[in-house]
Design a protein around this ligand. Sequence first.
Ligand SMILES: Cc1ncc(C[n+]2csc(CCOP(=O)(O)OP(=O)(O)O)c2C)c(N)n1
Length: 318
Amino acid sequence: MTTPSAGNPRTPMPVPLEHAGELGIRQVIDQNGEVKGNLDDPNLSRDEVRMFYETMVLLRAIDERGWKLQRSGRIAFWIPLRGQEAVQVAATHAMAPSDWIFREHRTMSPWLMRGASLELLFAQLFGAVSEPQKGRRLPCLMGNRAVNMVQGPTQVGSFISHACGVAWAAKLKGSEVKVLGTFGDGATSRGEFHSAMNFAGIHRPPVVFLCINNSWAVSTPLDCQTASTEFAAKGNAYEVPNVRVDGNDPLAVYAVTKKARADTDVHGPTLIEAITWRQGFHTSSDNPDLYRLEKESELWKPWDPVSRTKKYLEHEGW
Ligand SMILES: Cc1ncc(C[n+]2csc(CCOP(=O)(O)OP(=O)(O)O)c2C)c(N)n1
């Protein structure tokens, strides 16, 4: 006899990436890394895609190490990023190094891809005085002015309006700087998301809003987060052009983010909804067994971003 669960896990929803065409989700590669999607291959070079893959593998290794450090009591807290490697790596690469990135709590890619050291990243996790914020923030809520990466605050989504404001300032100054603001699906329920979108619709600052829809906000599933069938469409209310993309396909994320960045000079903001899945716990203070079933992980497994990218590299002979 199996022991009844202490929680109330949800029956998993179908993986939207399986029906990308019907759902208007832009996709370049399929599960097997083959170019079969509804969006043209952005034709990145061998070195660029290899850099994507290597950074994704590094992020996954950091995630595994961070988890162990927290579980062995050596750091206070850990926010897993496993499963969300492709979206952060590709979006960072699509922006210019001088652009500002306001990031939610799982994105570490700008730190690594813009040349800040791994030692300094771990110094942040340990709260060492040598790290840019002098150990004042929770592990993973990192920021680094040297690489134009703004610290993730504890308050979910509170920085979306700041990202919009920095972009507005850049426009007023006639600067070439653009802004990327990343946030989760849960953050779209915050007032700051709506104020930023409203402001962006009126003043057209050069900002790319990247909603990383990983299916959950702690234990809150999507249908308890919004009555809409998608997050991208929320842009319509504010006249902010929007697009849905397969967040586990780095080529697709790169292509739509690159276009959104270029479009900042045409119409200002774009809202991107990148669809992915949080593979790990919400944080080290969570137990997802109480609200989701192992079956959900099995459904998403073929869509793992690291293995898909690896398969693409293999197909290309790279
Ligand atoms: C204003 C606020 N409310 C609640 C929390 C607790 N909290 C931390 S992360 C989180 C969920 C965020 O979900 P989402 O924006 O989808 O990002 P994800 O964690 O899934 O990456 C919540 C509710 C918080 N930090 N700030």
